[in-house]
Structures are given as structure tokens and as C-alpha cells.
Ligand binder design. Structure first.
Ligand SMILES: CC(C)(COP(=O)(O)OP(=O)(O)OC[C@H]1O[C@@H](n2cnc3c(N)ncnc32)[C@H](O)[C@@H]1OP(=O)(O)O)[C@@H](O)C(=O)NCCC(=O)NCCS
Length: 173
């Protein structure tokens, strides 16, 4: 009898996410984050060309390891500008998670790099990418710092039950 001495190695694949990933992304999101969304929220991310969504999968099993959902939008010259004068493009990370048993292997970093490269390539006028993170989520805050996102401000009660930290990475001034 052949004795199996080691389990097959994980073979991660990073690719652009599509509507066929919605169920797995929703499951992962519900398992790992308190902010959950209706399926219509996810569909919007796959209908709009300004979105940049990526997944990491285990090639052997096809299981989802992690995902990121992001979107680009126009940036107005001033916040209350009624003329709609556009000064560039801004990106926003809406959701990011990596399953607990696959952490500290660089998957979230790879997902963030994929978003940044994609948005920078498609939108040369990209000014910054921003995101919100729970004040108490120190590991995610530390992760984003390691990707060169800096804290901009605390948004009081952003999550209803907790303050959010707005973080940004500048790409051009
Ligand atoms: C935050 C999260 C996405 C990081 O995923 P990950 O794949 O483990 O991150 P990476 O392996 O790419 O980490 C890259 C670097 O980020 C930093 N980092 C990541 N996790 C960290 C932690 N728990 N504590 C401190 N630093 C951390 C480290 O500098 C790390 O590099 P190193 O491993 O060489 O030290 C993951 O912990 C997660 O899914 N958390 C739950 C969901 C969540 O909070 N999402 C963010 C919501 S805003």
C-alpha cells in the first residue's frame, strides 16, 4: 500500500472575478466579516466596467481563498461642486478577505496589487485609492499600512456600532 506522506500543496491562482464567483465571495464574506450584503450588491460589482474585482483560488480544489471588490469613480474638484467639475478618478476598496487558514502568505497583498495595477492602467487620472476599516480591526489596519495606505481621518459611527478609519494611498497629485 502506498503511504501518503504529504498533502497536495496549495496551488493558488489569482484571476479577475466574475459573476460565477458571487456565491463563493458571499459565503467567504459572511464567514469573515460583519458587513454582509444582498446579492444585488455583488451583481452591481460585475455589471459595471469601472469595477476591479479579483479572487485567489486553490487551483487543485477550486475553492476560494480570498477576494477583493473595488470600484473607480469620478472625483469632483470640490466636495460640494454643483457644476460637476471633475478633477480626476478615485478608487475605493469595498471588501477584502482571506480565509483564516490561508493568512500571512501574501494573498491579500497580491489582491491589492492586482487592484492597484488594474485601476492605474485603466485610469491614468487615478488620484488615490481609499478604504474604510473598523477602528478595532488592528490586523487589517496593520495590513493596509504595510501596503502604504495612510490614515486620513476617523469617521464617527461609520459602521453604526463602531467608528471607521478612512485610509488612502495617493497615486498622483
Ligand atoms: C486583513 C487580511 C485581508 C490580510 O490577509 P493576508 O493574506 O493574511 O495578508 P498578507 O499575507 O498579504 O499580509 C501582508 C502583510 O500585511 C501585514 N499583516 C497582515 N496580517 C497581519 C496581522 N494579522 N497583523 C499584523 N500585520 C499583518 C504584514 O506586514 C504582512 O506581511 P508579513 O506576513 O510578511 O509580515 C486578513 O487578515 C483578513 O481577511 N482579515 C479578515 C477580514 C478583514 O478584516 N478584511 C479587511 C476589512 S477592511
Amino acid at each position: 500500500m502506498k503511504v501518503v506522506t504529504s498533502l497536495p500543496k496549495e496551488q493558488p491562482v489569482l484571476r479577475r472575478a466574475g459573476p460565477m464567483d458571487i456565491v463563493a465571495i458571499d459565503k467567504c464574506n459572511r464567514e469573515l466579516l460583519p458587513e454582509n450584503y444582498p446579492l444585488s450588491f455583488y451583481r452591481e460589482f460585475f455589471d459595471s466596467p469601472s469595477c476591479a474585482n479579483f479572487v485567489v483560488l486553490d487551483k487543485t480544489t477550486g475553492n476560494l481563498i480570498g477576494y477583493v471588490l473595488s470600484k473607480a469613480g469620478v472625483r469632483l474638484r470640490t466636495k460640494d461642486d454643483k457644476s460637476g467639475s471633475v478633477s480626476g478618478i478615485e478608487g475605493h476598496i469595498y471588501s477584502l478577505a482571506v480565509h483564516s487558514n490561508h493568512r500571512r502568505k501574501g494573498y491579500a497583498r497580491a489582491l491589492m496589487n492586482a487592484v492597484e495595477n488594474d485601476l492605474c492602467q485603466r485610469y491614468p487620472a487615478l488620484v488615490f485609492i481609499s478604504l474604510h476599516v473598523r477602528d478595532s480591526n488592528m490586523s487589517a489596519r496593520q495590513f493596509y499600512r504595510s501596503c502604504n495606505y495612510v490614515r486620513v481621518q476617523i469617521v464617527k459611527n461609520y459602521y453604526g456600532d463602531e467608528h471607521g478609519v478612512l485610509m488612502k494611498k495617493i497615486f498622483r497629485r
